[in-house]
Write a protein that binds this ligand. Structure first.
Ligand code: SAH
Length: 249
């Protein structure tokens, strides 16, 4: 029997118009679509009517499908000739376990193709008009996770000193430790900061504050996970950013 293949597809942060043409094609070719829970269910309209859909959510703290099970399932499906689209939020290689899955599939002799997507750190910040590498304001952008498997903290001191815009994924639960680490590391308390939940979706909510005021501002605005947190002078460009910052100044 001819072997199938697996596409590791990035579906972008939410708005289906941010899918690439390649993602649309891969989902349309699939016999089986494996959906992560941050993926907008509207993408299922791109699948063939006879495609099998399997939900394999992995949200922190909730019941989820173990990673090893998902990897074995993909290997088994591809070995029986199926084309699989493993659809993930954002980009599969940015905090998406795409690397682990690619390695497991290749070890199983399965053909894999990576379909890059718009990562939340780009798509969600752009939806708020934040130009993450604006010239003369910063010298780059850092994508950081606020939640590591072993509880190990990123080097906030180095990040505070690095002069890049900081975009933090999965940071809501550890917000106080993140802000504390950056303040201790020397980032001024008045540094502009924003949090955006459900970015690019109709349910998008956001708030602009200062670094030291972010936690209270998020609580007042009712902003929780999934959200990206953006820290740096570029936040001044955000929709209503100037106004919000003037109000707290
Ligand atoms: N692979 C994904 C990231 C997965 S980690 C990507 O490239 O975007 C999950 C985290 O991504 C969430 O905790 C949140 O920080 C961020 N995220 C994903 N979609 C988001 C959205 N629509 N709005 C805000 N944050 C989002």
């Amino acid at each position: 029997m001819k072997q199938g293949k697996v596409y590791l597809v990035g579906a972008g942060p939410g708005d289906v118009e941010l899918l690439t043409l390649k993602a649309v094609r891969a989902i349309g070719e699939a016999d089986v679509v494996l959906l992560d829970d941050l993926v907008n269910r509207e993408v299922l309209r791109l699948a063939r009517p006879q495609a099998k859909v399997v939900e394999v959510g992995k949200r922190g703290g909730c019941r989820s499908t173990p990673q090893a099970f998902i990897e074995k399932l993909m290997v088994r499906l591809a070995r029986t000739g199926k084309t699989v689209a493993r659809v993930k939020g954002g980009d599969p290689f940015v905090f998406g376990r795409g690397g682990e899955e690619m390695v497991a599939l290749r070890a199983g002799g399965i053909e894999v193709e990576i379909v890059s997507g718009v990562t939340a750190g780009m798509g969600v910040t752009a939806a708020m008009d934040i130009p993450v590498t604006h010239r003369e304001i910063c010298n780059g952008v850092s994508f950081i996770t606020g939640h590591t498997r072993d509880g190990h903290q990123p080097d906030w001191r180095a990040l505070a000193a690095g002069g890049t815009t900081l975009v933090i994924y999965m940071g809501v639960a550890n917000l106080d430790a993140i802000v504390g680490g950056l303040l201790e590391g020397g980032l001024p308390a008045a540094t502009p900061a924003a949090a955006i939940q459900n970015g690019t979706l109709p349910s998008q909510k956001s708030v602009v504050a200062t670094l030291s005021g972010l936690s209270v501002a998020m609580a007042n605005a009712g902003i929780g996970s999934p959200a990206v947190i953006v820290i740096g002078e570029v936040v001044r460009f955000a929709q209503s950013g100037q106004m919000a910052l003037a109000a707290v100044a």
